[in-house]
Design a protein around this ligand. Sequence first.
Ligand SMILES: C[S@@+](CC[C@H](N)C(=O)[O-])C[C@H]1O[C@@H](n2cnc3c(N)ncnc32)[C@H](O)[C@@H]1O
Length: 299
Amino acid sequence: MFTDLAVPSIAQIIRKGADYLSVEGIPNARLEAEVLLAHALAMERIQLYMRPDQIISLKDRERYQEALVKRGQNMPLAYITGSKEFYSLDLHVNENVLIPRPETELLVDWLLALFSDGKHWHLNNIVELGTGTGAVTVALAYNLLKAGHKDFRIYATDISWAALQVARENIERLQVGEVIELFEGDIYRALPESILSKVGVIVSNPPYIPSGDIGGLAPEIREYEPIGALDGGVEGLDFYGPILDEGRRFLVDGGRVLLEIGDGQGRQVMDMAAKLGYGDIELHADYGARERMVTARWR
Ligand SMILES: C[S@@+](CC[C@H](N)C(=O)[O-])C[C@H]1O[C@@H](n2cnc3c(N)ncnc32)[C@H](O)[C@@H]1O
């Protein structure tokens, strides 16, 4: 890729890399070319601007080229660099986990708001179902600990052992292990009986893409992200019934459920919650008026 450059400098190979990504149809080609070069050189992106004339060694060029080719084949940037920012935290990611999305930060906002008024500390046993990278659990724990709270516990589950390894790494990276326990299993299956009727909040961003829509997703998603993190069954709603139904055994009176949903799924999820006896059921939309979350109170 860089053979026509005699002594390639940072500025030159960024240009080449951006051209390559652009031809491969990658949007934001220039920005991504810079991110990939910074990753290959193990430096911050800003440092590239400070040394545009620095000559790049053959080994570094090869590493950069490898990354560009992966990106050209639609591998998401986060899987190539192994990291993704979520709630201003730098999380480790790999192909065994869904890349945390910015909209999921709304769940963390809601949880932090719940605990911020000091009136809800009796809800301090929190369960997260389908933790993946651990994004929600880690961001919540990190921010509560930073605010000086220690009196809470998060029980996070996932059916994927490989995903839990990523969550574990993020928990260690952010040093929040003192308040988190991880469990491998189907929805609630692996959780200890000792927390039955003692859970204050159940939070989940379950797989919610209708099976038939998976094939129409962007190649970055459908070819690389784990299908088990995406596929929510025929209507995309398979997880909500069991989460709400069985959740009733775990929740304390007044306990909350907080579920990320796909746009257009709000009505059905709210109906399920109502039929199962939940109250204070609310649908939350984002700034673009897309349905994002349903919250409910147990009794
Ligand atoms: C949409 S991803 C959400 C990941 C992460 N919580 C986030 O918000 O970025 C759904 C997660 O649920 C997990 N999952 C799928 N089926 C499950 C099940 N039956 N029980 C527990 N977790 C499950 C997947 O492995 C995946 O990590």
